[in-house]
Design a protein around this ligand. Sequence first.
Ligand code: AMP
Length: 384
Amino acid sequence: MPSLSESTHGAVSQLMPGSVIGIVGGGQLGRMMALSAKYMGFRIGVLDPTPDCPTAQVADFQVTAEYDDRDAIAELARRSDVLTYEFENVDADALDLVADEVAIPQGTDLLRVTQDRIHEKTFINEHGIGTAPWRAVSSYAGLTAALDEIGYPAVLKTDTGGYDGHGQLVLHSADDLTHVDPSDVPPSILEGFVDFAYEASILVSGDGKNYVTFPIVRNIHKNNILHVTIAPAEMSDETAQVATDLALRLADGFKLAGTLAIELFVLRDGSVLVNELAPRPHNSGHYTIEACSIDQFDAHIRGITGWPLPQPKLLSPAIMVNVLGQHVEAARAAIATHPTWNFHDYGKADAKHNRKMGHITVLGADPVALAAEADASGIWDDLK
Ligand code: AMP
């Protein structure tokens, strides 16, 4: 196995081509990380319980086991020069156990903060950045007391394990408390419901010392799942500057290595709140593959292998549309008639309803017109 290069850049030791990157999690994010890493000459190992998972199809080897299998994590560590992960619900203690054996440039603090909403919101607020008003609750009495302070409407979110709206309950009035079992309120946060103008996100990447941001994009969700990303978001220079500054502040707070995604609420007065963080490349950043001078996956790999990061530039406005299980057939049929649509397929075996199977990115001067064209195709009619 190639050893760490003598030269270092920033805080992360620089790895040379031929080194092995171990990825915990073998879904589409791991797959696209691996594709970036492969063209740079790295080798890829992946830990995932599903044989022939999306990442394994483009990797050099797979350790086929559950994500929390400590022996399997130790095996991946032994066979890798650097470890990364494609989702945040990774056993941070298990990674700490192998930290002597393999580089983990992202560290595990980033994981611990982002896998727990209380830690995450506290970290964001401590860095002088606004969120929806929130309270930690773990009992029914605590919930009603928090509702007295925050008021309706509010959103109750489980502290850990939530994604794409899972583990969330919107409380419009006291009537909705009938959906809460008074004897079973798991550790959660209660958040004020934000009357946002739109949702946006910004990616920031780092090598542990230097940080670069990507353009701010607008995100449209349907049924709590990202549907369309429009790049760039149309916003004032002041709002863009605020979002960029907060991204750089968070990156510095984490001494970020790799890519971090920051989901934002943009309010009608142009102010910005942070909704949540993802310590990895993100669905809303897939457009960067075609539309930017360096994409979020390249930036992630450069960041964790100690390669310097250039400032990403938007080469063209773009839209990205997700292809879910129910869209796959029609999307594949559209390949023949849409030469300007960049089709990405994640190689998943089962096209289950609402499962992310692929995405389509389209470049063009007028992203609103591109979104209308996608809409007119009929592929996504179930989301109307
Ligand atoms: P999350 O899992 O926290 O990203 O929430 C999923 C989606 O629910 C977000 O993308 C928003 O559309 C919506 N949402 C979450 N929290 C709030 C909030 N406090 N106010 C308004 N909408 C929210």
